[in-house]
Design a protein around this ligand. Sequence first.
Ligand SMILES: NC(=O)c1ccc[n+]([C@@H]2O[C@H](COP(=O)([O-])OP(=O)(O)OC[C@H]3O[C@@H](n4cnc5c(N)ncnc54)[C@H](OP(=O)(O)O)[C@@H]3O)[C@@H](O)[C@H]2O)c1
Length: 318
Amino acid sequence: MEQLDGCWRGLRGLAAAVKASGDSAGARWGLDLDRGVVVSPAASGQARGVEGVDVWIDARAGVEPPEGDGRAWFVDEGGPRLSEVRAGGLSAAAVSMLGLYGVYALSALRARRLGRSVTVGHFAQSLDGRIATATGDSRWIGDRANQVHAHRMRALCDGILVGIGTARRDRPRLNVRHVEGDDPVRIVLGGHAGEVEGLAGASGAPLWLVGAGEARGVEVIEAEGAVAPEVLLRLFFERGIETIYIEGGQETTSGFLAAGMLDVVQVHVSPIVLGGGQSGFALDGIERVEQAVRFARSAFVPVGEGVMFVGVGPLVGR
Ligand SMILES: NC(=O)c1ccc[n+]([C@@H]2O[C@H](COP(=O)([O-])OP(=O)(O)OC[C@H]3O[C@@H](n4cnc5c(N)ncnc54)[C@H](OP(=O)(O)O)[C@@H]3O)[C@@H](O)[C@H]2O)c1
């Protein structure tokens, strides 16, 4: 198996192992990237001796990384984060895949601590910050590599969420097609069940609509008007959704950001200019630059022909 394939299978296996692990304080996992499987040795001493384990992951906070090459080290503290990948035996592409996605495979741990689903919001935007033209067209601002990235995130999350505006305009199928992986539960906010009935067959995964009406293949969570994001995330968590990928649009993602309920922001920046249209975020009450949303941690990651901003822990409303 190619190392990158093994890496991706290992990450998916890790997300599934974390999901199945219940209360995981102190949990540890090893990834065998040759076979693309997760191994869970009982103790660190044994783990170091396990043959073929390329990556060793420890979700405990405040623990020093073990000695040795080829270890990834993730710390679940204030949001999981990668603190170290040692590249021994790993290709550069494998290291960057682990670095980018490893933390999301551990996000369920944070959800359990918070008692709500954790969220990652994603947009593809132009250089001038537009996620759609003035007519609402947004296909495809991001390139193929961005689509592959988004599908990896869908596969690592329990749920994918969009607003009804995006469902109406783009008819996204909300499934996993560009990579190997399972489809997440599809969640649409707003509107009527009949408007999304056509999406039902695009995936074997459930389709939930927070809104009104009834339609075949759509489970309606009845709601009138806007529902506070925190209320939604507690409800989804109770239904077993620990991690949610939010794919817009502006109103939906901005609502989560303003409520302090967007844990990670991913913005893919394409090398194009649209000169007008809809911006990714719309927030009230920012009059001075010092009031801007800032991030506890952030990085720019090359993706295809563009670059992706990843911001963890947005600080809103200062
Ligand atoms: N480039 C990209 O990455 C990207 C990604 C996604 C979308 N887009 C573009 O964005 C545009 C759509 O964005 P948009 O802002 O118009 O629409 P949107 O955010 O997709 O949907 C807005 C609707 O969602 C519902 N909603 C949102 N938050 C809710 C909450 N907390 N509780 C209940 N319902 C909630 C409301 O429906 P009700 O009014 O029925 O209550 C609201 O009118 C399209 O042009 C699309 O192409 C671009």
